[in-house]
Write a protein that binds this ligand. Structure first.
Ligand SMILES: C[S@@+](CC[C@H](N)C(=O)[O-])C[C@H]1O[C@@H](n2cnc3c(N)ncnc32)[C@H](O)[C@@H]1O
Length: 369
C-alpha cells in the first residue's frame, strides 16, 4: 500500500503479509503524528520512535537517523522489511528494546499510544532518563481509544500536557518539560501455584494469571517421556513453569514474540536446560523436533481480534512436532479452532471445557505426501 510524503511514494505493508490485505500498516493517528513532525525542525536533532508496529514512522523519518524502540520481534522484522522494500538503509536506524536502551539523549519523540496503558507507562519510564531539557514527545491515538488514564500517566512524566484538535478521528498529545525522575523497574508480581511470577509492565495479563491458562494448568498432564517441550506464546512463562515441575529433566523451550515477555520469563524459570526464544515464528526449529507443544495462543492484535497469527503458528507447530507428538492448547470457545486444527491433525481430543474455554489435544499430525 502506497503513501505519499514529501514528494516521495512509500510502500508500507504489514509483515508477515496477511490474508486480509485490506488491513493497513498505519492509522490516521500515525498520519496525524506526521503533521506534527512537519511543524518541528529535525535538523541535528536526535529522534526517537516508539510503538511503530510496522515501521511506518521509522521509514518516513529515515533521513533523520531515528532510534526505534521495539517491543517485539515481529515489529523489528516488519520495520526492517519495510525499510528494505523502500530502498532505505537499515543501518540508518538504531534499534533498541525498552530494556536495552543506552544513554542516548533525545530531542524529539513520536509514540503511537499502545492498547496496553501499562506499556505506555513503561515507554515513558524507559525514556525518562533520556530526554534533553527542551525535548518534545508527540503521542498519537485514535479518539475512540481515549481514556483519561492516558493524561494521568503523561502528567506523571511531563510538566506540560497539551492535546491537539481531532483530525480524522485521531488526536495527538504534545508533552513538554520532562520531569526529572529516578530509574525504576516496572515489574508486577503475581502469586500462583506456590510461585511468585514476575512480569514487566506491558506483558500479557498483569493482574492475575490469565483464566484460560489457569484452566489449562488445572487440566495439564504431560507424558513423563516427553523430552523436548515447547511453551508457544509463553508470556511470563507460567505454562512452562508447570511443565518444568511435571517433567524436571525435559529440554524446555519458551517462545514469545515480545521481548518483555521473554525477559519476564527469564526471571521466573531456572536457566538449566531451559531455552528462551524471542521470535514470532518457529522457523528456527527442526522438523519433528518436539515431543509436546503447549500453548495459550494469541488472538488479539492491539485493538483487533485477529486469529491469523495463531493459525499460522498451528501450521508451524505441526511441522515441528514429532510424528508421535501432541499439541495441547487452550482457547476461548468462540474462536472455533477445531475447524482449523483438524486440517493439520487426525486426532483432536477435547481434554476439558467450561462455559468459556476449551482445551484441545491434537495428535497424529497429518504428514503431507
Ligand atoms: C494469550 S497470551 C499467553 C501468554 C502466557 N502463555 C500466559 O498464559 O500467560 C499470548 C502470547 O502470545 C504472544 N505472541 C503474539 N504473537 C506471537 C507470535 N507470532 N509468536 C509467538 N508469540 C506471540 C504475546 O506476546 C503473548 O505473550
Amino acid at each position: 500500500v502506497n503513501f505519499q510524503y514529501q514528494q516521495q511514494s512509500y510502500s508500507i505493508n504489514r509483515h508477515p503479509l496477511e490474508e486480509n490485505q485490506s488491513l493497513q500498516a498505519w492509522s490516521a493517528a500515525d498520519e496525524h503524528l506526521l503533521q506534527h513532525l512537519e511543524g518541528v525542525s529535525l535538523e541535528n536533532k536526535e529522534v526517537v520512535i516508539l510503538n511503530d508496529r510496522f515501521g511506518f514512522l521509522t521509514c518516513l523519518t529515515h533521513s533523520h537517523h531515528p532510534t526505534s524502540i521495539q517491543t517485539s520481534k515481529s515489529e523489528e522484522k516488519a520495520t526492517q522489511q519495510n525499510l528494505l522494500n523502500n530502498q532505505l538503509d537499515v543501518t540508518g536506524v538504531s534499534f533498541f528494546t525498552p530494556l536495552s536502551l543506552s544513554e542516548k539523549a533525545f530531542d524529539v519523540g513520536f509514540l503511537k499510544i499502545p492498547k496496553s496503558l501499562e506499556l505506555f507507562r513503561l515507554y515513558l519510564q524507559t525514556l525518562a532518563q533520556n530526554w534533553k531539557e527542551d525535548a518534545v514527545l508527540f503521542c498519537g491515538f485514535m479518539t475512540r481509544h481515549f481514556s483519561p488514564q492516558i493524561l494521568t500517566i503523561a502528567a506523571e512524566f511531563f510538566e506540560e500536557v497539551e492535546q491537539s484538535r481531532a483530525w480524522k478521528k485521531s488526536r495527538v498529545l504534545i508533552l513538554k518539560s520532562p520531569k526529572a525522575l529516578k530509574e525504576r523497574a516496572l515489574i508486577h508480581q503475581i502469586s500462583f501455584e506456590g510461585q511468585v511470577f514476575q512480569q514487566y509492565f506491558g506483558v500479557f495479563s498483569a493482574k492475575h494469571i490469565d483464566y484460560a491458562s489457569q484452566f489449562l494448568v488445572e487440566n495439564l498432564t504431560l507424558n513423563p517421556n516427553d523430552q523436548r517441550v515447547l511453551d508457544l506464546a509463553s508470556g511470563n512463562g507460567v505454562l512452562a513453569a508447570i511443565a518444568r515441575k511435571q517433567n524436571p529433566n525435559c529440554e524446555l523451550h519458551l517462545l514469545d514474540d515480545s521481548y518483555l515477555a521473554i525477559e519476564s520469563s527469564k526471571l521466573n524459570l531456572a536457566a538449566a536446560n531451559t531455552f528462551f526464544h524471542c521470535d514470532n515464528t518457529l522457523t528456527d526449529f527442526e522438523t519433528d523436533y518436539f515431543d509436546c507443544v503447549i500453548s495459550n495462543p494469541p488472538f488479539h492484535f492491539e485493538h483487533e481480534i485477529n486469529i491469523q497469527t495463531s493459525l499460522q503458528l498451528f501450521k508451524e507447530v505441526q511441522r515441528c512436532l514429532s510424528p508421535k507428538g501432541c499439541f495441547i492448547l487452550v482457547a476461548n470457545k468462540h474462536l472455533n479452532y477445531k475447524t482449523h486444527l483438524q486440517l493439520l491433525f487426525s486426532t483432536i481430543n477435547i481434554v476439558n471445557e467450561n462455559s468459556k474455554f476449551i482445551i484441545y489435544e491434537c495428535c497424529d499430525k497429518i504428514i503431507a505426501l
